[in-house]
Design a protein around this ligand. Structure first.
Ligand code: MIC
Ligand code: SF4
Length: 649
């Protein structure tokens, strides 16, 4: 007994959850770990591919504890494509034992937090903001659709052995500041690149001052740091939230052991925080609200999975109560779920918002993904969502600033950037009881089992998943595009108006790199026809942002065989490997400067490089240089086969 106590290393929250789910690797010695996934979630924009891939695995039904398919992204339904996708998703959910959240129920992350998430569990979602679940003590990770398919089939998910950074919260937020300002502060400190492989764990006396929706805002936007995930402990505040959701039995206490350590600690005094905003065009471009005071604002959008809880929208309603939004400003409100809408209807907030001149939008992703509400040319748009990449709003010239609901509401009243500090900002206590109506979650009774004889509905928008081919010994190639630093998956595979083609790869592939070079598709196809491989050359932090595997799947379809970058973000790197594209990093970043779009290249030893130490020799005209893909044995196997799906066949 004594010996055991001596050898038992105290663990932090992230380490505890990972240890309890470890199926491959040893955190002390291995660079990659395999973990068991309890719950999965998909959304419609990534879900169709995930379920097509699951279907091709020939498994009779889902094998993980709980799989939920949400419809929240493509809800606008102009043209038949979105509705085709919804029918497909509904039928395939019924067949394989997936719970189906109907269009209109709300945004996946908000709903999952309300109705299914539980402390200590692992959650894998085909959406980069899946870490929202970290707000109630889950290890919740975003990944590509095919990784979710594997997890639904009972397979492990692989993560780089994480380093855990403890963010020690002390003090209490000043009135007018809220969780968005906290995560913007963390983004100011750590930026949107260079955090690959880390988990951020919040601890310390300040934690208890934050309610669950606030914690979830912070872990949600941890995605913008590029970390594997972010996590809060599960404490009395979590217990109260779950009990109010009628789920007291899902609560367990989960706190770091006494003496647990972190690989690094950052101390953040909440009382010193001031209202912040992320200026165009990056969530890491942090400025104070004070510094932008008085800037004229044209549009304000409140909602998204970051800030659409009852707490957030009720706060906005109370700030606006009895007043009217400014003459020249358009204000839109999108709640996170039907539960939130119902609560706001019941307590009069909805009536307040309507009276003050807000536009009440559907409880869905909507504006956040540029599906609608694009601002006017050159507009200043304040938004409470998590990403302000150039053009994501649907208007390339728009200047999008990310702000808290408090700053958004105060600015709505004046039509100018206005700080909530010093204003009368009401507090919204955590509700004692949330109204529960799960009627838009279908197939709970057959969850995990499915209804085998269900016919899967496939409209013309549901195409087949292209398969990869084994990696050749060498390639004659061409630099199909050269891009700079911090290229996001919104640059590679735009969403917005293009989102409806997600289930149809040949069609969607027409828009790869549309914002950077609309000729990319045609040139790549022509090269592919000639048997010449396409190579993407990129700077730092390539593939930031969303989990959309289409940013790898569509390039694979266009004959892209390798990416040569200064560095590549975690989810996108994993997606590239899943689709047989080798993610190389320049051994000498200066070699990036030698290359131009259109240059003929030769990847002389690519297959043996992948089999061996990952070092490829690249010939570019008279120059020869090397680049390396640091790969685990599993990743090597996938690449040699031509991707994950090809490896299963
Ligand atoms: C996003 O916020 O960019 C999205 C749309 O939710 C994506 C998923 C997708 O592209 O479908 C994400 O964050 O992973
Ligand atoms: Fe939806 Fe926006 Fe959240 Fe992505 S970030 S899941 S588009 S609300």
């Amino acid at each position: 007994m004594k010996k055991k106590a001596l050898t038992k290393k105290p663990l932090n929250v992230a380490q505890k959850i990972i240890a309890a789910h470890l199926v491959e690797g040893d955190p002390a010695t291995d660079a990659e770990l395999g973990i068991r996934i309890d719950q999965t979630l998909t959304q419609d924009a990534t879900g169709t591919m995930a379920y097509l891939q699951f279907e091709s695995m020939d498994v009779p039904h889902v094998r993980n504890e709980l799989a939920v398919s949400y419809v929240d992204h493509n809800t606008v339904q102009i043209g038949f494509e979105n509705a085709d996708d919804h029918d497909f998703l509904q039928s395939i959910a019924k067949k394989y034992g997936v719970v189906y959240s109907k269009c209109g129920n709300g945004i996946c992350h908000q709903l999952h937090l309300e109705r299914f998430g539980a402390p200590g569990k692992t959650l894998l979602g085909s959406d980069s903001h899946t870490p929202t679940g970290g707000g109630i003590g889950m290890v919740a990770i975003g990944a590509g659709g095919i990784d979710i398919a594997v997890a639904m089939a009972g397979g492990a998910f692989h993560i780089p052995t994480p380093k855990v950074r403890g963010i020690k919260l002390t003090g209490r937020l000043p009135k007018g500041c809220s969780a968005k300002d906290v995560i913007l502060k963390v983004l100011e400190k750590y930026g949107t690149k260079g955090n690959v492989g880390w988990i951020f764990e919040y601890f310390g006396p300040g934690v208890k001052t934050l309610d669950v929706p606030s914690r979830a805002t912070i872990t949600n936007m941890g995605a913008e740091l590029g970390v594997t995930t972010s996590v809060f402990p599960s404490d009395a505040v979590t217990k109260q939230f779950l009990a109010a959701q009628g789920r007291a039995k899902d609560w367990t206490e989960l706190v770091a052991d006494k003496g647990a350590t972190y690989d690094d600690v950052f101390e953040l005094d909440l009382s010193k925080i001031e209202p912040l905003m992320a200026a165009p065009h990056s969530p890491g471009n942090i400025v104070t609200v004070k510094s932008q005071k008085g800037k004229k604002v044209n549009q304000i959008m409140i909602g998204s999975c970051t800030n659409s809880s009852y707490r957030d929208i009720r706060t906005v309603a109370l700030i606006l109560k009895g007043k009217h939004v400014a003459e020249d400003v358009e204000v839109g409100i999108a709640c996170g779920s039907r539960q939130v809408v119902n609560m706001l209807a019941a307590d009069g907030s909805l009536a307040i918002l309507i009276k003050t001149g807000c536009r009440i939008l559907e409880n869905a992703c909507g504006f956040c993904i540029g599906a609608h509400m694009s601002p006017r040319t050159g507009a200043v748009s304040l938004r409470t969502n998590n990403r302000n990449f150039e053009g994501r709003s649907g208007t390339k010239s728009a200047q999008v600033y990310l702000v808290s609901p408090e700053t958004a509401a105060m600015s709505a009243l004046t039509g100018k950037v206005t700080s909530p500090l010093g204003a009368k900002i009401p507090s919204v206590p955590a509700p004692k009881k949330f109204p529960i109506d799960d009627s838009m979650f279908l197939y709970r009774a057959t969850a995990g089992k499915g209804v085998r004889k269900t016919e899967i509905v496939r409209g013309p928008n549901i195409a087949t998943v292209p398969k990869g081919v084994p990696l050749a010994a060498s390639y004659k190639a061409v630099c199909a595009i050269k891009v700079g630093d911090k290229i996001t998956t919104d640059h590679i595979m735009p969403a917005g108006a293009r989102l409806k083609f997600r289930s149809n790869i040949p069609q969607y592939a027409k828009f790869v790199f549309e914002p950077c070079d609309p000729t990319f598709h045609d040139r790549c196809l022509a090269n592919r026809e000639k048997g010449v491989a396409n190579v993407i050359v990129a700077g730092e932090s390539y593939g930031q942002g969303s989990s959309r595997e289409h940013a790898a799947l569509c390039p694979m379809y266009l004959g892209v065989k390798a990416v040569l970058a200064k560095s590549i973000e975690r989810i996108h790197r994993a997606n590239l490997i899943n689709f047989g594209i080798v993610p190389f990093a320049f051994d000498d970043p200066k070699d990036y400067d030698r290359l131009q779009a259109g240059d003929a290249l030769e990847l002389t030893n690519i297959r043996s490089a992948v089999e061996g130490d990952g070092k490829v020799t690249v010939k570019a005209g008279n120059a020869t240089f090397t680049a390396t893909a640091a790969l685990s044995a599993r990743e090597k196997h996938l690449l040699l086969c031509g991707g994950l799906l090809a490896s299963l066949k």
